[in-house]
Design a binder for this molecule. Structure first.
Ligand SMILES: Cc1cc2nc3c(=O)[nH]c(=O)nc-3n(C[C@H](O)[C@H](O)[C@H](O)COP(=O)(O)OP(=O)(O)OC[C@H]3O[C@@H](n4cnc5c(N)ncnc54)[C@H](O)[C@@H]3O)c2cc1C
Ligand SMILES: NC(=O)c1ccc[n+]([C@@H]2O[C@H](COP(=O)([O-])OP(=O)(O)OC[C@H]3O[C@@H](n4cnc5c(N)ncnc54)[C@H](O)[C@@H]3O)[C@@H](O)[C@H]2O)c1
Length: 455
């Protein structure tokens, strides 16, 4: 049995940073990873996908060159081998950076293998047992593959395998119209494929307000992407070298060459031996944690996607910050004080902070709302990209900003003005007095705040 001060299972966007902090204090730590350091974000998530999105945008801008007076003679060709290589380079640089970083830590052992609990404080890996008074779980999640009729008879892609595709599909059918599905759908359309999105629900990006979902659909349709919502009988059948995708009784059948399944993710908690440790999960398999990220077992913590309190790299990293503050720095940080924020990386992107309009209306608070189309934002006009709109929701009584959405060029960056104000507790009348830089998208935030109306 090998003794450590702390064991980390899974090298996602949380555990490795806490392990490094502890190793920096001379504590003996083991970081167990069954595949690659960096987990999903580095190897199969944010980093490769945003690299691919950048290639897709380059193709899109090149095709629109003439709108700006830039003439490209000849067609626009996308070399999928180079596209894939860029993503692989970004992955390998980040992964190797982490490997090099940990190599330099004297009291940190990296163990490659599948970890499983054998007791509350004992973990087995590669036939060896490790023990520590503290265990941190950062095991992440993996794609959900629904039991669609005919799916097992076809080759299908997931968000992980599609990163390694180096040929252009003739027709990509994307099943699931949320973050993963929408980012890949637009990207592959821009690479030159025909693309159809098939979504079970009535709207794309259904967590958002309907006006946002509708604007997203408009953006995608304008690029020639077909969208089928309310698809309630999805089934697959092989046909020649392609796949027939049924979207329900009496509804269209799509003749696809490739199928991407993007119907959500599930936590990697089913093969972790949680029962042996007595660690509780909810009915979807997410590990139950308290406000300081400890499970029901003293000394065992769950960080990142596997605790169901966030599903993003920044929420996982913030879990590290909370654990480090509480366990190493004498702080008292809690997950419940985190203000939700994220972006959807279609182009133009959607930047989001706080709650949606529908959540605000449901809360029973007296609210104020203001919207502005991007066509009335100078910077968007100058850049020739006027799709989308901005929306801000505030509490009419406390004057706090409750939420915001910026669907438009640079929306993922401009939203940070709102995120920062919300985190600092700045009221909207105070934020109205900021003097933003001209010409930017952000400069319209005080104007939108000035137009807030009680609803
Ligand atoms: C296609 C895609 C795009 C995304 N884009 C974004 C984005 O733009 N922005 C954003 O914020 N988020 C994005 N995400 C989500 C983001 O990747 C995750 O939220 C983030 O990686 C946090 O994950 P994590 O820290 O919980 O664990 P992960 O990064 O998932 O890492 C978990 C690690 O644990 C390992 N592991 C699991 N079980 C065991 C075991 N029993 N023993 C040993 N090791 C184990 C796994 O191999 C994995 O390496 C995206 C996700 C996907 C799939
Ligand atoms: N930009 C980002 O930050 C980003 C990008 C990609 C992924 N992610 C993370 O990855 C997670 C997973 O993303 P996702 O898009 O796969 O999942 P999701 O849970 O957001 O959406 C899944 C979609 O598939 C649909 N769906 C589910 N079952 C279906 C079925 N049987 N048939 C048809 N449609 C079905 C749902 O209605 C939903 O629209 C997200 O929670 C997100 O946190 C983040």
């Amino acid at each position: 049995m090998k003794n450590y001060d702390a064991i980390f299972i899974g090298a996602g966007q949380s555990g490795p940073f806490l392990a490094a902090r502890m190793a920096g204090k001379g504590m003996k730590v083991a970081l167990i990873e069954r595949k690659y350091l960096g987990g999903t974000c580095v190897n199969a998530g944010c980093m490769p996908t945003k690299t691919l999105v950048a290639s897709a945008r380059a193709a899109h801008v090149a095709r629109r060159g003439a709108d700006y007076g830039v003439k490209i003679t000849g067609g626009i060709d996308v070399d999928m081998k180079i596209v894939r290589k860029r993503a692989e380079t970004v992955i390998m640089d980040a992964r190797n950076g982490l490997i090099g970083w940990f190599d330099g830590m004297e009291t940190a052992d990296i163990v490659y293998g599948q970890a499983q609990f054998t007791g509350p404080k004992t973990v087995s890996v590669n036939g060896e047992t490790l023990t520590a008074p503290q265990v941190f779980l950062n095991v992440g999640a993996r794609p959900v593959i629904p039991d669609f009729p005919g799916l097992k008879d076809i080759d299908y892609l997931t968000s992980t395998s599609i990163i390694y595709l180096d040929t252009l599909p003739r027709h990509l059918a994307v099943i699931g119209g949320s973050y993963i599905g929408l980012e890949f759908a637009q990207m592959y359309r821009r690479f030159g494929a025909k693309v159809t999105i098939v979504e079970r629900g009535p709207k794309l990006a259904s967590r958002e307000d309907e006006d946002i979902s509708d604007a997203i659909e408009d953006i995608l349709r304008a690029e020639g992407i077909a969208v089928h919502t309310n698809a309630d009988g999805i089934a697959f059948a092989k046909r020649g070298d392609g796949v027939d995708v049924s979207t329900g009784a009496g509804r269209p059948v799509i003749g696809a060459s490739h199928v991407l399944i993007a119907t959500g993710r599930r936590p990697n908690t089913d093969d972790l031996g949680l029962d042996a440790a007595g660690v509780a999960t909810d009915k979807r398999g997410y590990i139950t944690v308290d406000d300081r990220l400890m499970t029901n077992v003293e000394g065992i913590f769950a960080l990142g996607d596997c605790n169901g309190r966030g599903a993003f790299t920044h929420t996982s990293y913030n879990d590290f910050e909370i654990a480090a503050a509480n366990l190493l720095d004498g702080g008292d940080r809690r997950v419940s004080s985190r203000i939700p924020a994220y972006a959807l990386y279609i182009d133009p992107p959607l930047g989001r902070a706080g709650i949606t309009e529908k959540e605000a209306r449901f809360s029973g608070k007296k609210i104020m709302i203001s919207t502005r189309p991007m066509s009335r934002v100078g910077r968007a006009n100058e850049r020739g990209e006027t799709q989308g709109f901005m929306k801000i929701i505030a509490d009419a009584e406390t004057k706090q900003i409750l939420g915001a959405a910026i669907l438009g060029i640079e929306g993922d960056e401009a939203i940070h003005g709102i995120i920062d104000a919300m985190n600092a507790g700045t009221t909207y009348p105070a934020l109205q007095w900021s003097v933003p830089i001209h010409p930017t998208i952000s400069e319209l935030i005080p104007t939108v705040l000035g137009d807030l109306k009680t609803v």
